[in-house]
Design a binder for this molecule. Structure first.
Ligand code: FES
Ligand code: FES
Length: 390
């Protein structure tokens, strides 16, 4: 059993939970929030979609303990939300539901689409909805309802945009009074921990941003020169393969297997370097022919000296996925996974600059099996949950 504290629909909750219980069962069985429906319980149908820290997640493949210190919002938590009210009305008017089983997940996804893509056309709406399955209504009415709400938002915008509204008071305010959800012993007093925010203020609409950094034990000029050598840099990216390049542009592929997903992105990128500032941006775009998903991404890296012999490399990865893989792009697990990739990238750069061993995955070993990396991410999360550290 683990003690967790979280906020559900603006209500602070604390209690014991079995580590193996997923968020969907937790919400339904201990909170009586049965508006969250469980269909496939494999992360495929989207019926169980809820918001965790403002982002849609599939509650059937999210452990409840992983939501410790986070803010969960279920379909019952949108009664005061004007955008959701409009969507509910539109779903009724346009016959966007029949049995209603998929509807809670559809509405939460529809609201996410309306917030992120106010100018979405029908093709975009269908792409973004592709992770939510409806087995009886069909999608015509659902898509028509979302289109109608987007049009209504243009003619009659919502005064206080839901995107700007805090779901609950932040960690600087007084600790909330917790409600317990199980027969538990008295809890030790424990202040809520601030939830870290991955997204910089300047984030582009619909893009996910991840910041991280690593330190390499070499002087800044040596690291900067290395980072301008595209074949060398590519060889440090697990799963990446360089097809052709000149000094500024590159064509390549990256193959990733992540749990049930396989992707093999092929694309092109352009490198913009600022030698004086030791800062560079690689802007790229590509397509995965397996899932028909498209990706746009910018990798910005900035170098700063830490003494004469060390350099910090700050990396910001901003990306947007379109198509079936978009459903996964913003999950916490994917963010952790990307952070591990960045750390791995730093280790490989250090190895290369040391002039010793070639990196484990060379440019020619195209297939990157992320299984072990995913496992290390999951294991890292489990260890954090049980307070053992990495
Ligand atoms: S029940 Fe969670 S995705 Fe189907
Ligand atoms: S309305 Fe029945 S599954 Fe969608």
């Amino acid at each position: 059993m683990s003690v967790i504290e979280l906020t559900i629909n603006d209500r602070a909750v604390r209690g014991d939970i079995e580590s193996r219980v997923h968020l969907g069962d937790f919400l339904r069985d201990t909170q009586n929030l049965t508006g969250t429906h469980l269909g496939c319980e494999h992360g495929v149908c989207g019926a169980c979609t809820v918001l965790v820290d403002g982002e849609p997640v599939r509650s059937c493949i999210t452990f409840a303990v992983a939501c410790d210190q986070q803010k969960v919002r279920t379909i019952e938590g949108f009664d005061e939300d004007e955008l959701m009210q409009r969507l509910r009305r539109a779903f009724s008017i346009h016959h966007g539901l029949q049995c209603g089983y998929c509807t809670p997940g559809m509405l939460i996804t529809a609201r996410d689409i309306a917030r992120r893509f106010p100018d979405a056309d029908e093709a975009r709406i269908r792409l973004e909805l592709s992770g939510n399955l409806c087995r009886c209504t069909g999608y015509m009415g659902i898509v028509a309802a979302i289109k109608a709400v987007l049009q209504e938002l243009k003619e009659n915008p919502i005064a206080a945009a839901p995107a700007a509204r805090a779901i609950v008071s932040d960690a600087t305010t007084a600790a909330p009074a917790f409600e317990t959800f199980a027969a538990t012993p008295a809890f030790a007093s424990k202040a809520p921990v601030a939830v870290s925010n991955d997204q910089p203020a300047a984030q582009r609409k619909g893009w996910t941003a991840i910041d991280d950094s690593f330190v390499v034990p070499f002087a800044i000029d040596k690291v900067w020169a290395f980072m301008g050598d595209l074949p060398s840099v590519t060889s440090c990216l697990p799963g990446a393969e360089l097809v052709e390049h000149d000094g500024e542009s590159v064509k390549g592929r990256i193959a990733i297997k992540f749990g049930p997903m396989s992707a093999n992105f092929a694309g092109a990128a352009r490198l913009e370097r600022d030698d004086a500032a030791h800062r560079a941006v690689m802007r790229g775009a590509g397509q995965d022919n397996i899932s028909r998903s498209r990706a746009n991404g910018d990798v910005t890296y900035a170098l700063t000296s830490e003494g004469d012999t060390q350099t910090r490399v700050a990396v910001t990865l901003e990306y947007m996925l379109q198509g079936p893989l978009a459903q996964f792009s913003r999950s916490g697990l994917v963010k952790d996974f990307v952070r591990r990739m960045i750390a791995d990238f730093g280790a490989r750069i250090t190895a290369q600059l040391s002039g010793g061993a070639a990196p484990e995955a060379s440019a020619s070993s195209a297939k990157f099996n992320a299984g072990s990396l995913v496992w290390s991410v999951v294991w890292g999360r489990i260890k954090r949950l049980f307070g053992k550290g990495d």
